[in-house]
Design a protein around this ligand. Structure first.
Ligand code: PEP
Ligand code: MN
Length: 337
């Protein structure tokens, strides 16, 4: 069973409910700030009468905060960050894979702005396959991102890798990113959900859509003020590219959730010449945006150079994906009318 408590539940009320649940014979565990899971057999009636308790129901079998209710009409829940609304119109997030240094980041940030993109990305904490690879500048990188935001006005998206870094990353960023490798790091999701910033949740490279929705549920039950889902490619038998970009996940997720869904064709392909085509395809598939990696000197990039688009090519790409997204919107509106 699951106890749904009032949103304004006080600490004393929560403690009393937990004590009563245990007295009634349940093993009780808090979920977020106002839900309590009950395990085992017991009598729920004394709990129903307690202040702060709204209702007691079976534990949900689907991610009810992340998934749309059966039969409900789709209505995207936009996520606002630094004045940008993800889920309304088509957003472009662009920037380097990693923050490599101040002057390079500032130059790239200005290029992102001039190309007409909406948010700046850049990793200060990088999850790398090899421990000898560049793993990011940490706090210094976050400070550089903050300066880039200051200079360009672009809100920032950056990743937190570890629970202990979440508060610091949240202090500097507008949107906290959870990477593919951590989509199933449940303690990290819990911390990220509590940090007060919206979260960009990448799809685990081996995750089903249902597992991805449950990961979003972890964030939402903790009170995350918004979740943006990002398809970034999955592992399949195909070894022709770094990942297999699962564009069908866009309409498939939109069938099930009101959370905005964006696409990362950079990690999705791992190869710069493929990125424009898959970014255009993402817009055509109805995504709410794309996330693109750029670099001015891809051969010398400290991470993911092979998939980096040149800053000079960004403006044209941004224009094209927006044109495609606008066509899709018109087509959708015409069909609905
Ligand atoms: C990234 O966006 O910097 C990143 C590491 O992506 P992913 O988690 O999708 O590999
Ligand atoms: Mn990268």
């Amino acid at each position: 069973m699951l106890i749904f408590c009032r949103k304004d539940l006080s600490g004393a009320e929560r403690k009393a409910i937990l004590e009563e649940a245990r007295r009634a014979g349940f093993l009780a565990q808090e979920v977020g700030s106002h839900r309590i899971s009950l395990f085992g057999e017991g009598d729920v009636s004394p709990l129903l009468a307690m202040p702060g308790v709204e209702r007691v129901a079976p534990r949900p079998e689907k991610a009810g905060l992340a998934e749309r209710e059966e039969g409900a009409a789709p209505r995207t829940s936009p996520v606002t960050a630094g004045g940008i609304s993800v889920g309304e119109g088509f957003v472009v997030i662009a920037g380097p894979c990693a923050v490599e240094g101040r002057s390079r980041l500032l130059e790239l940030a200005h290029a992102v702005k001039e190309a007409g993109a909406d948010l700046l990305r850049g990793g200060a904490y990088k999850p790398r396959t090899s421990p000898y690879s560049f793993r990011g500048l940490g706090r210094e990188g976050l400070e550089m991102l903050a300066q880039a935001r200051e200079e360009t006005g672009l809100p920032v998206v950056t990743e937190a890798l570890e629970t202990r870094d979440v508060a610091l990353v949240a202090e500097f960023t507008d949107v906290l990113q959870i990477g593919t490798r951590n989509m199933m790091s449940y303690p990290l999701l819990t911390e990220a959900g509590r940090c007060g910033k919206p979260v960009l949740l990448k799809r685990g490279m081996c995750a089903t859509l249902t597992e991805w929705l449950w990961a979003a549920e972890y964030l939402l039950v903790e009170g995350a003020p918004g979740v943006i889902l990002c398809e970034r490619g999955i592992r399949t038998f195909s070894s022709s590219l770094r990942n297999t970009l699962d564009l069908s996940a866009v309409p498939a997720m939109q069938e099930r959730t009101d959370l905005p869904v964006i696409v990362d064709p950079s990690h999705g392909t791992g190869w710069a010449p493929m990125v424009p085509a898959m970014a255009r395809a993402a817009a055509a598939a109805g995504a709410h945006g794309v996330m693109l990696e750029i670099h001015d000197d891809p051969d010398r990039a400290l991470s993911d150079g092979k998939q980096a688009v040149l800053p000079v090519d960004l403006e044209g790409l941004v224009r094209t994906v927006r044109e495609i997204a606008a066509l899709v919107r018109v087509a959708d509106e015409t069909r609905e009318a």
